[in-house]
Write a protein that binds this ligand. Structure first.
Ligand SMILES: [Zn+2]
Length: 506
């Protein structure tokens, strides 16, 4: 007898519909799994067999059991098919009816005793089920709150295979998830670091506000202990509040990456990611044998902080494409998948290998060759994508001892939001979102200088020996600075501030 159960597979951060077909026939006793399953899915056979037996049900081992996952050209990964396969085997061997599963999608991993375990990508699965018109989705009990972020679909939390069998036999109905029982709001604290808690560094805070306002990437250069990490951590809290669509998008990525905390069904805050410099290229942009999102995608719509940037070495080469396209493409024999990667990059570096070049308090012990070589590690295509360079000196004792609080992140965020609103209006109808996205041609169209501004830029080009690229960068930044002030025409003081953010090397 043939049974078909509807389930889904993850491709990138999207779920796609899968038919789990189970056929139980007379013949050589065997169980075979077909339809391009990976090694991890093949282990399903053993888990399903044990779970069924340990639930006191019958596994038809005297027959030939064929499990086909269709479409066959899609590679299936992971343990999420255990539950649909088990249901299919029980139905195909005549132990349960399938009509109750009409209009339902089902997924879940089984442990050997039949309890149903957490799987990745449940919100993607619920989104798929909803968009394909399914009435309900059966998910692992612990994942039900995550599924509930998708509206208008009934969510059935399954804790144990036995409970599902009793539900299908109409013996004991599993109640659908009560959406009111799930708290989507106020279950997470706000951003952990507030600008008000950062002592001194007013010019760095200002540079980070400009960066947040225009979506610009930043490089902070300063000695150890200057507070670069603390400053970077505070940045997500001054970026505009997330829209619901953005929250759903981030949640889906974090669920697929399997980093969603158990008690957080919906990510409500911008991510902050700070991978160590020993990370692999696959870890940074995604990939691996089971392609999953990398740090650039987990940081989507938030901040990617790369401390000790020169130490990342050649790993950084892979950042170019995701930064350019704002998504990562990973190709496999089974197809191509995409992961979003629209993040703000904040990089930090010491000024030299020992860290104290130009410090004033601690003497630098590096030779000039060492310093040159160290800085050369920082040249190249990545630096081209960093609009703001800012020096972060150590804070002197008087400022550290000052107990007055600085300006809170919330106030800064309001200014950033207002500047972003102006950019949204400017770029409406185009794919651009913020000033940092503008290419040279767009800069020419959007940024016009008056006579005084042109004169200042002419002399800066000559005296500071600015390249064409640096020139465009200064114009983009001055546009953002003027947007923060709510002014249409760029003025000389906007340009003067933007000129301070250029790199010493460029
Ligand atoms: Zn040094």
């Amino acid at each position: 007898m043939l049974a078909i159960v509807k389930s889904c597979a993850l491709v990138g951060v999207d779920a796609v519909e899968i038919d789990v077909e189970v056929d139980v026939q007379r013949g050589m006793p065997a169980i075979s799994l077909v339809g391009l399953p990976s090694g991890a899915v093949k282990e399903s056979k053993d888990r399903v067999r044990s779970a069924i037996r340990n639930c006191g049900l019958r596994f038809p081992s005297e027959r030939r059991v064929t499990v086909n996952l269709a479409p066959a050209d899609l590679r299936k990964e992971g343990p999420a098919y255990d539950l649909p396969i088990a249901v299919g085997v029980l139905a195909a061997s005549g132990q349960i009816p399938l009509d109750v599963l009409e209009g339902a999608l089902i997924l879940g991993e089984l442990s050997l005793d039949g309890s149903v375990r957490h799987v990745r990508g449940v919100s993607a699965a619920a989104y798929l089920a909803h968009s394909l018109g399914y009435e309900r989705i059966f998910v692992p009990e612990g994942d039900a709150p995550e599924a509930s972020i998708i509206p208008d679909i009934e969510i059935v939390p399954v804790g144990h295979l036995i409970a599902l069998v009793e539900h299908l036999l109409d013996l004991d109905c599993i109640p659908a998830l009560d959406r009111d029982s799930v708290t989507l709001e106020d279950n997470q604290p706000g951003y952990p670091t507030d600008f008000a808690d950062v002592k001194g560094q007013e010019h760095v805070k200002r540079a980070l506000e400009v960066a947040a306002a225009g979506g610009h990437n930043v490089l902070m250069v300063g000695p150890p202990g200057a507070g670069k990490t603390l400053l970077a951590r505070a940045v997500p809290g001054i970026l505009p509040a997330l829209s619901l669509d953005e929250m759903l998008e981030i949640t889906r990525i974090h669920s697929v990456a399997d980093i969603l905390p158990e008690d957080v069904p919906l990510v409500r805050h911008r991510p902050f990611r700070s991978p160590h410099h020993t990370i692999s290229q696959a870890g940074l942009i995604g990939g691996g044998s089971v392609p999953g999102p990398g740090e650039v995608s987990i940081a989507h719509r938030g901040v990617l902080f790369l401390d000790e940037l020169p130490e990342f070495g050649r790993t950084l080469e892979v950042l170019r494409q995701p930064m350019e396209d704002k998504f990562v493409t990973i190709s496999r024999a089974s197809g191509t998948m995409r992961f979003p990667s629209n993040f703000m990059l904040i990089a930090a570096s010491n000024p030299c290998p020992c860290g104290y070049y130009g410090d004033g308090m601690t003497a630098c012990t590096c030779s000039s060759t060492m310093i040159t070589r160290y800085r050369q590690k920082l040249s190249g295509p990545l630096l081209d994508r960093i609009d703001i360079h800012v020096e972060v000196p150590r804070v002197d004792y008087d400022k550290l001892a000052d107990t007055r609080r600085g300006e809170p992140s919330e106030t800064i965020r309001e200014r950033v939001q207002a500047a972003r609103d102006r950019q949204m209006a400017r770029f409406s109808g185009s794919s651009l979102l913020c000033n940092a996205d503008m290419g040279p041609r767009r800069v020419q169209e959007v940024v016009t200088l008056d006579e005084a501004g042109s004169a200042l830029m002419r002399s800066a080009m000559q005296q500071m020996n600015l390249s064409a690229r640096a020139y465009h960068r200064v114009l983009k930044l001055s546009r953002t600075i003027a947007d923060l002030e709510g002014i249409g025409q760029i003025q000389t003081h906007h340009l003067a501030e933007a000129l301070q953010y250029r790199s010493r090397a460029q």
